[in-house]
Design a protein around this ligand. Structure first.
Ligand code: SAH
Ligand code: SF4
Length: 414
C-alpha cells in the first residue's frame, strides 16, 4: 500500500479528521519547474531560449496570480512559445496528500515531497480579523524535519530529512491561494493569503538560498506582491545567518527565544550553546540598526513558548525585561501545544496572563497567541506526526491481514 492509499484508510479513522487527497500523477521529469524560479532566474531562462525578458513577468502572473499551470492556457503568449515551453518546462506544485479545513477557518495541508513516511511537510493557514479586514496568515515549512532538536518541538523530534526546494516552499503558498480560487474564473482571481510566516517545519536560515528565493517571489509584484512587513522569517537563532539575511532581503524577523537566560535556553533551544543570548540579541540589534527606516525592521518579534513551571515564573519575566531592554521588540507568548510523549505541559491561563502583565506594565507590546485550529493540531510538525503514525499503524495492520490471509490459504491447502 502506498502512502496515499494508507492515508485514505486513515481518513476513515475518526480520530484523524480531514480529507485524504487522491494520489495525483507526479512526473519525475527533467523539465525545468518554473514554479520556484525567481524573476531573475526566469528572465535568464527566457533569454537563453532567445526570448525577451518580459516573458518572465507574464508567465509569473499566470502561475502565481491566476494559478494557471498549463502553458496552453497562457493566452497572451504566442502559440509557438507555448509549444516550446510544453517540451522543456512544467509548473509542478508539491503533492497534497491530506488536507483539512477547520470550522474556525483554519486550513491545513500535508504535502508529500519524496518517498516514504519521513517525507511529509505541513502548512497551516490561520485566519484572523484585523482592523483592515480579513487577515489570512500562512505558516510555511522550509525543511523536512529539523536538525536543531529543541526539546519542546515535535518537528525537532522527527530529526532532519532534507531541505525543501524553492518550488516546494513557494508551492505551499501557491496551493493555499488556490484553495480559495478553484471555483473563481481566472480573470477574477485575487491573492488571498495576506501574511506569511516561515514558522512551519524546519529552520529557514539553514536552508538559506531556497528560502530567500521563495520570499523574493512573495514580495515580487509579478507574483504575490506582499508587503515586506507581512513576510516574517522565524529563526531559533542562527546568528551569522541573521546578518546574511539583513544583507540579502528585507523581511520581518522573529526569534524563537523561549528562555531569558543561557542555562535554560541551552536546555530548550540547544543551538544556544553555539550562539548564546548575548550574541543573538546583538545580531537582532544589527538587523534593526542596518535600516532603521524600514517598517519591516522597526522591531523584532520575540516568540516565547509557555511551558508550565519551566520558563513561566515571575523571575523569568523579570529576566526577560532586562534582556530585551535595548531591543525594540514585540513579544508573542505561545501557549505550548502538547504532542505525544512531550516532556512539558502548557502553562495555565492565569500564569500566561500574569507573565503578560509584567511585560506590558514595563511598556512592551505583548500578545498571547490564540490557540486556533486545535481540532486539526495546527502546530509545528504535529499533523505530520499524526499522519505518519497512522500510516505506520495502517501498514502494520495490512501486514497482519496479509499474514492471516496466507495462513488461511495454507491451512486450506493442507
Ligand atoms: N525553526 C524556526 C521556525 C519554525 S518553529 C524557529 O524555531 O523559529 C516555529 C515556532 O513554533 C517557533 O517559535 C517554535 O519554537 C514554535 N513551536 C515549536 N514547537 C511548539 C510547540 N509544541 N508548542 C508551541 N510552539 C511551538
Ligand atoms: Fe527546529 Fe524550530 Fe523546532 Fe527548534 S523549534 S526544532 S529550530 S523547527
Amino acid at each position: 500500500m502506498n502512502t496515499a492509499q494508507s492515508i485514505s484508510t486513515l481518513a476513515q479513522d475518526a480520530t484523524l479528521q480531514g480529507e485524504a487527497v487522491p494520489k495525483t500523477v507526479q512526473t519525475n521529469s527533467s523539465k525545468a519547474n518554473l514554479l520556484g524560479m525567481t524573476r531573475a532566474e526566469l528572465e535568464a531562462f527566457f533569454e537563453q531560449m532567445g526570448e525577451k525578458k518580459f516573458r518572465a513577468g507574464q508567465v509569473m502572473k499566470w502561475i502565481h496570480q491566476f494559478g494557471v499551470t498549463d502553458f496552453a492556457d497562457m493566452t497572451n503568449i504566442s502559440g509557438k512559445l507555448r509549444e516550446k515551453l510544453v517540451n522543456i518546462a512544467e509548473v509542478q506544485a508539491p503533492e497534497v496528500v491530506h488536507r483539512h479545513y477547520s470550522k474556525d477557518g483554519t486550513r491545513k495541508w500535508v504535502f508529500r515531497v519524496g518517498e516514504g513516511e519521513g517525507s511529509l511537510v505541513e502548512t497551516v493557514l490561520i485566519p484572523a480579523d484585523d482592523k483592515t479586514g480579513a487577515r489570512k496568515t500562512l505558516c510555511i515549512s522550509s525543511q523536512v524535519g529539523c536538525a536543531l532538536d529543541c526539546s519542546f518541538c515535535s518537528t525537532g523530534k522527527q530529526g532532519f530529512q532534507r531541505d525543501l526546494t524553492p518550488a516546494e516552499i513557494i508551492g505551499q503558498l501557491w496551493v493555499a491561494n488556490q484553495s480559495y480560487m478553484e471555483d473563481v474564473p481566472v480573470g477574477d482571481r485575487t491573492r488571498t493569503v495576506t501574511n506569511v510566516v516561515m514558522m512551519g517545519m524546519g529552520e529557514p536560515l539553514l536552508n538559506f538560498d531556497p528560502v530567500v528565493a521563495s520570499m523574493s517571489l512573495m514580495l515580487d509584484d509579478f507574483a504575490y506582491g506582499m508587503s515586506k512587513r507581512r513576510v516574517t522569517l522565524s529563526t531559533s537563532g542562527v546568528v551569522p545567518m541573521i546578518d546574511k539575511l539583513a544583507q540579502t532581503i528585507d523581511v520581518a524577523l522573529a526569534i524563537s527565544l523561549h528562555a531569558p537566560n543561557d542555562p535554560l535556553r541551552n536546555e530548550l533551544v540547544p543551538i544556544n550553546k553555539k550562539y548564546p543570548l548575548e550574541q543573538l540579541i546583538a545580531a537582532c540589534q544589527r538587523y534593526i540598526a542596518k535600516d532603521g527606516n524600514e517598517s519591516s525592521r522597526k522591531h523584532i518579534t520575540v516568540e516565547y513558548v509557555m511551558l508550565d513551571g519551566v520558563n513561566d515564573k515571575a523571575e523569568h519575566a523579570q529576566q526577560l525585561l532586562k534582556l530585551l531592554k535595548d531591543l525594540p521588540s514585540k513579544i508573542n507568548l505561545i501557549p505550548f501545544n502538547p504532542f505525544p510523549h512531550a516532556p512539558y505541559g502548557r502553562s495555565s491561563r492565569n500564569r500566561i496572563m500574569a507573565f503578560q502583565k509584567t511585560l506590558s506594565d514595563a511598556g512592551f507590546v505583548c500578545t498571547i497567541r490564540q490557540t486556533r485550529g486545535d481540532d486539526i493540531d495546527a502546530a509545528c510538525g504535529q499533523l505530520v506526526g499524526q499522519v505518519a503514525d497512522r500510516t505506520r499503524r495502517a501498514e502494520k495492520w495490512k501486514q497482519k491481514v496479509a499474514s492471516q490471509h496466507n495462513e488461511i490459504l495454507r491451512t486450506q491447502s493442507d
